[in-house]
Every structure is written in structure tokens, then in C-alpha cells.
Ligand binder design. Structure first.
Ligand SMILES: N[C@@H](CCC(=O)N[C@@H](CS)C(=O)NCC(=O)O)C(=O)O
Length: 91
């Protein structure tokens, strides 16, 4: 996958797991950056520059950023029409 998918999350983040599960189900290659919430790494200036909400998960795909877990799943669906977590129909 070019550019690579990068995920920023915490160890044990339920919202991060949601995204990691979706990535794992389809064997997506991605780089996982674990931030340490105890050290406040999600509030550090370099991270807040990427995600002004100061939260995880954050998906970076090239210069495109998605900052909410469900939105990330929808974005992944849009990248891979052959893989549809949400499906294409109402059934
Ligand atoms: N609705 C957001 C929730 C994200 C969220 O609350 N993440 C938590 C970790 S599970 C977080 O970043 N907490 C740190 C903070 O709020 O300072 C999503 O689904 O992505």
C-alpha cells in the first residue's frame, strides 16, 4: 500500500482496537504508533499538530488524516471497494 497506512493509538484503547480489528480482518499492512497516555504523548505538540482533538485513534494515509474510529472504518471501505465492512446494500 503506497503511501503506507499509519495508525496512532494507545495499548488497550477500545476505539483503537476497533480500527486494529478492521485492519487485521483484511490483513492490511500498516504501521502502528503506540502513544503513552501516562506520559501525555497524545497531548504533545507534535501529536496535536496531527490531531487537534488530542485523541486516538488517528489514521494517517499520506497527507490525509482521519480522526474518529468509525470514520476510519468508512475511509478504509472507500479505499478498498473489494472489501466492504459496512457492505454496499441495505441488506
Ligand atoms: N469517538 C472517538 C473516541 C476517541 C477516544 O475517546 N479515545 C480515547 C482513548 S480510547 C482518548 O483518546 N482519550 C484521551 C483523551 O481524551 O484525552 C472515536 O471513536 O475515535
Amino acid at each position: 500500500m503506497n503511501p503506507p497506512i499509519e495508525l496512532f493509538t494507545f495499548q488497550g484503547s477500545l476505539f483503537g482496537w476497533r480500527v486494529q480489528l478492521a485492519l487485521a480482518i483484511n490483513n492490511f499492512d500498516y504501521v502502528c504508533n503506540y502513544l503513552d497516555p501516562v506520559k501525555g504523548e497524545h497531548k504533545a505538540l507534535d501529536y496535536v499538530a496531527l490531531n487537534p482533538r488530542g485523541k486516538v485513534p488517528l489514521l494517517k494515509h499520506g497527507e490525509f488524516f482521519v480522526r474518529e474510529s468509525i470514520a476510519i472504518l468508512v475511509y478504509l471501505d472507500s479505499l478498498y471497494p473489494e472489501w466492504q465492512l459496512f457492505g454496499n446494500t441495505s441488506q
